[in-house]
Design a protein around this ligand. Sequence first.
Ligand code: PHB
Length: 361
Amino acid sequence: MNYKFLFSEQQLGAVELPHRIVMAPLTRSRATQPGDIPNDMNAEYYGQRVSAALIIAEATYILPQGKGYAFTPGIYSQDQIDGWKKVTDTVHQKGGRIFLQLWHVGRVSHSSLQAEGVLPVAPSAIAVTEGQAFTEQGMIDFETPRALETDEIPGIVEAYRQAAINAKAAGFDGVEIHAANGYLLEQFLKEGTNKRTDRYGGNFENRSRIVLEVTKAVTDVWGGDRVGIRLSPTGTFNSMTESEPQALYNYLVEQLNPFNLAYIHIVERFGIAKDADDNGFDFAKLRQLFNGAYIANGGYTGEAAEQSLVADESDLVAFGVPFIANPDFPERIKQNAELNAPDFDTFYGGDAKGYTDYPSL
Ligand code: PHB
């Protein structure tokens, strides 16, 4: 196949990209302990992947309360900022571009991952019902979280602002707000997890409020043209439910427009479970309503990505698993080369095995 569109240049907000293949954020749980600090091995891993048009670095928690998985990195301590600086320096020396994904997991945590063993927080006291928490002691059942008080929410918004400031100090080219996949911001957006009766719950306006406040705080720091947001309107990962996803996300995207964000990054399907839960959702409608770029994500092949661009359904396409196993994924697409097979057992945690040892062509 001739990937004419995939390998055409694209302006993404303030950032010029040489092509349209984005590396999706990927949790790999390999930060240095104690302190969840990015390290030289992480820098090597991202440095191997600089041929992505844009690297969106793994979900990174903005304050201790936002941590949900063992060994994931943070962006609130000076050591973490210094660790990330090694990553961004390596990526920039090799000619790449890298955004940081800002994360608060909300209820998808466990008291053993929280300071002083307190319960995780969420919009409402409703537990995740499937899966288990990934802790330093192994997999453990989720607990019922504590519902946030209204007057705690400004502090969380400020933590996003500080994380955005820290990401700048760490040398990133921009940031992505993680409002997808069942984490805190999506817990506010979707009705199954938000039973609040204050101004952060109820109608679309109220459920969207914290996302828009976070977007305001983060764009105050970076300007809209170096900020994107990740959304998963149809996602059910982490026990999420929403009966009116189209109306909710149409509303949200229109409210995001005044911030002039660089992009929306849409998880159209989670992982490779193609169309498992899309229920006829009209993604084109979101793209049409939004005034920035549309990054499509979810089980795309090179061919499917090219077709999506040709059909004018997206502006860029983000790939996750292919970038785990293929540091030179864009070159392999261009050459129609074989792809390395991913080793699922080494996705989360561990050392260089299954991390920095996948071969390039
Ligand atoms: C995960 O660690 O499984 C994970 C993290 C962030 C996501 C999705 C999955 O957005």
